[in-house]
Design a protein around this ligand. Structure first.
Ligand code: NOJ
Ligand code: MG
Length: 575
């Protein structure tokens, strides 16, 4: 049957509107590529754009809808690209603008959407804007946050006690400008001044540039840090209060960041960025563009990112509940509570999203248990809404231990041999494991920028393709399920059945229901699903099983007594 618009257009003899897919992102699979570690095409041991282009078909194979790339822009790489020197260019390490255009073209062919990382809070100190600001050039002099400091007992001191996320003062003295500049992260990452409308405009232009090139949106970096409190009438800022339980005065957690994070202006800025997205949707037509916002912030703040009665915001404010608040000992009540935190607080009409990994956080297998990898992927892919997978989680890659001597993550290098393991992000950034060839098929060269995991002969794409119940194949089966209307649009009921078992029911009028059950414990569990879910059939069919299962796909069980092996996760369906 013809759609109403189509019929109307035919009747009136109008040109057809572009067949834009509105809301494609609402049940999409997002996949994060960390370009340095995905695939190296030129043998220098660092991943690049050409490498990504070569492997985009793999993303298609695992059913990815959209992929967000960590920064690929010109950078001295002090924070591995999160220190952008030129917001309009590609770093030669990753390739050229031509390579990026090729990547976009290939992605279009495969119907995979490319999302870029947008780093608004800071630039590199090697950015032209900063160099001109430091030189006091009229146009740029207030592009960053400058202050001449305080003089106490004849000695010059930073204007406040604020501490950088990466340790030490947030203020660094600049000899040329004879003033301190603010940096919430490294000294090589000076904060842009969002109280200057020219900065806001300059950054909106960056968004427009890449959208016109054909990207479908942005993952916005470090959103809570974008604004600091406004200076008082004398241009001064207040000190932040202490956290008494922390004794190390250089550590970020020494202070409560009430003046440097989550300022109300930040929410409004996200709404403004969304306006740019809408402006570009109107200009360019086609499918929706999206904003994904990175904020480790209280839930009530995150919910405001979605928008309010008068403004739209970020469609995907990253939901880090399951990253930040679960550990290897968490029980099913805690899992359930965290899932409910999002579902029950989300504004109406919005979509939930679930983020289980990224390049800053310990991997699923290391954080929640290697024997729970399949179960956690079941959770990720059967909860309602958007799933976000970090590269390698579909294979069950785990953290790689790296010695202090070999550590290169600045967050860890600014600490010491006793503390670096708590801070380092190197273990989750190691090269992607493609096959059992030397260096896991990541590079044709003889070295890699971070070591390849020693388990690569067992954990790699090629091998896992051939094993029916490998992490990869279970991930793919789950992904296929997501095309079913029930998984796409259905309701979700989430319950703990005692401390050991978590159960999720997805249901849709007139369709089969799907039930994910995860046994978190080392005990055999028998559960009665009729006691927690209404409307099940007496018998249920196994749809996805794991290596731990005694049952096979298409076997049946009674809903009132489902037997689960230790750490087993399965998906069942009504019959
Ligand atoms: C968050 C990014 O994910 C992280 O890798 C980076 O170091 C900081 N923001 C600073 O940009
Ligand atoms: Mg390379």
């Amino acid at each position: 049957m013809m759609s109403r618009t189509l019929t109307l257009c035919c009747l009136l003899g109008l040109a057809l509107p572009a067949l834009a897919e509105l809301g494609w992102w609402r049940s999409a699979q997002f996949y994060q590529i960390y370009p340095r570690s995905f695939k190296d095409s030129d043998g220098d041991g660092i991943g690049d754009l050409e490498g990504i282009t070569q492997q985009l078909s793999y993303l298609k194979e695992i059913g990815v809808t959209a992929t967000w790339l960590s920064p690929i822009f010109t950078s001295p790489m002090a924070d591995f690209g999160y220190d952008v020197a030129d917001f309009y260019n590609i770093d030669p390490m990753f390739g050229t603008m031509e390579d990026f255009d090729k990547l976009l073209a290939r992605a279009n062919q495969l119907n995979i959407k490319i999302i870029l990382d947008f780093v608004p809070n800071h630039s590199s100190d090697e950015c032209d804007w900063f160099i001109r600001s430091a030189a006091g050039e009229e146009e740029y002099k207030d592009f960053y946050v400058w202050h001449t400091g305080k003089v106490v007992n004849g000695i010059r001191q930073p204007p406040t006690n604020w501490i950088s996320v990466f340790r030490g003062s947030q203020w660094t003295w600049h000899e040329g400008r004879q003033a301190y500049y603010l940096h919430q992260f490294l000294a090589k990452q000076p904060d842009l001044n969002y109280r200057n409308p020219k900065v806001v405009e300059a950054m909106k232009d960056v968004l427009r540039f890449w959208l016109r090139k054909g990207v479908y949106g942005f993952r916005i970096d470090a959103v809570p840090h974008v604004f600091e409190i406004a200076p008082d009438k004398d241009g001064n800022y207040p000190d932040e209060p202490r956290n008494e339980y922390v004794s190390d005065p250089e550590d970020y957690s020494y202070l409560q960041h009430i003046y440097t994070t989550n300022q109300p202006e930040t929410i409004d800025l996200v709404y403004q960025f969304r306006e740019v997205i809408e402006e570009m949707n109107a200009e360019l037509g086609g499918d929706d563009r999206v904003l994904l916002t990175e904020a480790y912030a209280p839930l009530d703040v995150l919910m405001q990112y979605y928008g309010n009665a008068t403004h739209n915001g970020s469609q995907i404010p990253f939901n880090f509940e399951l990253i930040s608040n679960l550990n290897i000992n968490s029980n099913a009540y805690q899992y359930s509570e965290l899932v409910h935190n999002w579902l029950d607080n989300m504004p109406e009409g919005q979509s939930a999203n679930w983020v289980l990994g990224n390049h800053d956080q310990s991997r699923i297998g290391s954080r929640l248990g290697a024997d729970r990898i399949d179960s956690i992927n079941m959770l990720l892919l059967t909860l309602p809404g958007i799933s976000v997978t970090y590269q390698g989680e579909e294979l069950g890659m785990t953290d790689v231990w790296i010695s202090w001597e070999d550590t290169i993550d600045p967050q860890a290098c600014q600490s010491n041999p006793n503390e670096y393991e708590r801070l380092t992000r190197d273990p989750v950034r190691t090269p992607f494991q493609w096959n059992d060839q030397p260096l896991a098929g990541f590079t044709t060269g003889s070295e890699t920028w971070l070591p390849v995991a020693s388990d690569y002969k067992l954990v790699n794409v090629k091998r896992e393709r051939g094993i029916p119940l490998s992490h990869l194949n279970i991930y793919k089966q789950l992904r296929t399920l997501r095309d079913l209307p029930t998984l796409k649009h259905g309701d979700a009921t989430v319950n703990a059945i005692g401390p050991n078992v978590l159960a999720i029911k997805r249901s849709l009028q007139g369709e089969k229901s799907y039930i994910t059950i995860i046994n978190l414990s080392d005990d055999v569990e028998s559960v009665n699903l009729d006691a927690v879910f209404a409307g099940l059939t007496a018998e249920l069919k196994y749809v996805v099983v794991s290596e731990k299962s005694l049952r096979r796909k298409d076997d049946v069980t009674f809903a009132n007594s489902v037997l689960l092996m230790p750490k087993e996760g399965v998906v069942l369906a009504t019959v």
